[in-house]
Design a protein around this ligand. Structure first.
Ligand code: PLP
Length: 440
């Protein structure tokens, strides 16, 4: 349970030394967040010993489950050999070769410190290569927290989400609805757009799915208007398939941003891309009078500890078996959640690709699909209902990732799924009895 006395005490301490008491603002919760002591497989335990079935899985980074023995061994072995040399080393080459083999666009790879750094670097390459300042991005898509991608991250989409954002970066950002028509009209209208970035699942790992055929059209339009196309595969990379959405669907961007699973769940990330774009990072290659054309640094990039963990994880994932297992667990969960909603005549839909699931509670999805509902409706579910689902599951030992969504791993067993479905049914019953949720 989250309302544990240990968590309450720890949060009080945290507030006196950490800004807001947290390291990431999404971890903030009132009256206090839960404090996790350890995690193993599909489970985590808070400081009071309460066990949760985890569907956040390290913000979707743990496809192999928490503390997988191969990962623990790889990290432990590397730790004894030194974690960081600030020099080149062989393991980073092995890591980049695995990515190159799995991710079709990744002819060359550059390691970075996080997903945020990956999108920051990819956009810089896009601007340098195209010679145009403006980027086109989509309403509600998340690409990290830096300046270039702040505008459009959340509604209202014409306002920065934070104070302290340079007006110049706002002026250089065109935010479009994720429709083919909106992209075409933005590109037609604004000749200064040289880079396009897209969360290829649709916003929030597919909570707001993209229209049918959108990415194929995006590739065509980027080519037609000479824009560099970045696929943000920070979540979909290695989750939609071992080579991400692009390997699954055969739609190849110019640049790809990766984090989370690409490191095996350690801090870090990568930009992969076609050789002609990645050449701008090559100190031996002159681009428009500069060597390199695009500057990029970062103390811990590609460090040996993360590289060793990543090689262990990606070697397993490259077989395709982890994706099959995690996808099967999510499929079973989605079917079960859908049946429970139907049995209790609750209006809405359960959907999601690969090893993800999303619950929508509301009208307009009578055919079982949220296609055409739009972000405002899907993400605009009454907060009391969202809190009811999240809180109801939490107190029954099930932790979602964000909103009413989550991800699975290879460690989620049939027993975990059955327990989750029971917790969901009890939560719905309680919400119906309390009149928080109506019947459709
Ligand atoms: C699609 C996407 N891009 C970028 C990021 C930013 O990654 P990081 O949190 O590692 O900076 C995230 C993080 O959730 C993400 O989901």
């Amino acid at each position: 349970m989250s309302d544990s006395s240990a968590s309450e005490r720890l949060f009080e301490q945290a507030r006196s030394s950490m800004a807001g008491g947290v390291s990431h603002e999404a971890r903030y919760a009132e009256p206090f967040p839960k404090y996790i002591a350890r995690a193993k497989g599909a489970h985590k335990w808070d400081e009071d010993g309460t066990k949760y079935i985890d569907y956040a899985m390290g913000s979707a980074s743990m496809l192999l489950g928490h503390a997988h023995p191969d990962i623990v061994a790889a990290i432990s072995e590397q730790a004894t050999e030194g974690v960081f040399f600030a020099d080149c080393h062989a393991t980073e080459i092995e890591w980049s070769r695995l990515i190159q083999k799995m991710v079709p666009s990744a002819e060359r790879v550059r390691f970075v410190g996080s997903g945020t750094e990956a999108t920051m670097l990819a956009i810089r390459i896009g601007r340098a290569y195209s010679g145009k300042d403006k980027i086109l991005r989509f309403e509600g898509h998340y690409h990290g927290w830096h300046e270039f991608v702040d505008l459009g991250m959340k509604a209202p989409y014409d306002q920065p989400s934070s104070l302290g954002i340079l007006p110049g970066t706002v002026d250089a950002t065109v935010v479009a609805a994720p429709t083919i028509e909106a992209v075409e009209s933005a590109l037609k209208r604004d000749g200064e757009i040289g880079t396009i970035i897209c969360e290829v699942s649709g916003a929030n790992y597919g909570s707001v799915p993209l229209p049918e055929g959108f990415l194929i059209a995006l590739r065509r339009l980027a080519d037609e208007y000479g824009a560099v196309l970045i696929f943000d595969e920070v979540i979909t990379g290695f989750r939609w398939s071992p080579g991400g959405l692009q390997a699954r669907d055969g739609i190849i961007p110019d640049l790809t941003t990766m984090a989370k699973i690409v490191t095996g769940g350690m801090p870090g990330g990568a930009v992969g891309g076609r050789a002609e774009f990645m050449a701008l990072l090559d100190p031996a290659f002159e681009f428009e009078g500069r060597r390199p054309g695009v500057t990029h640094k970062g103390t811990f990039n590609g460090n040996a500890l993360v590289a060793a963990c990543a090689v262990a994880a990606l070697t397993k994932i490259s077989t395709g078996e982890p994706n099959r297992q995690a996808d099967a667990a999510a499929g079973k969960l989605r079917d079960g959640l859908r049946n429970i909603m139907a049995n209790h005549q609750v209006a809405g839909a359960v959907y999601g690709e690969a090893s993800t699931f999303h619950i929508y509670l509301g009208e307009g999805a009578e055919d079982g699909s949220v296609a055409g509902l739009g972000a405002a409706k899907i993400r605009g579910v009454d907060p009391t209902v969202v809190r009811g689902i999240r809180g109801g599951l939490r107190k029954r030992g099930v932790d979602l990732m964000s909103h009413m969504s989550g991800v699975t791993s290879i460690a989620h067993s049939d027993e975990d799924i059955d327990k989750t479905l029971n917790a969901f049914e009890d939560t719905l019953r309680e919400m119906i009895a309390d009149d928080v949720l109506g019947r459709g």
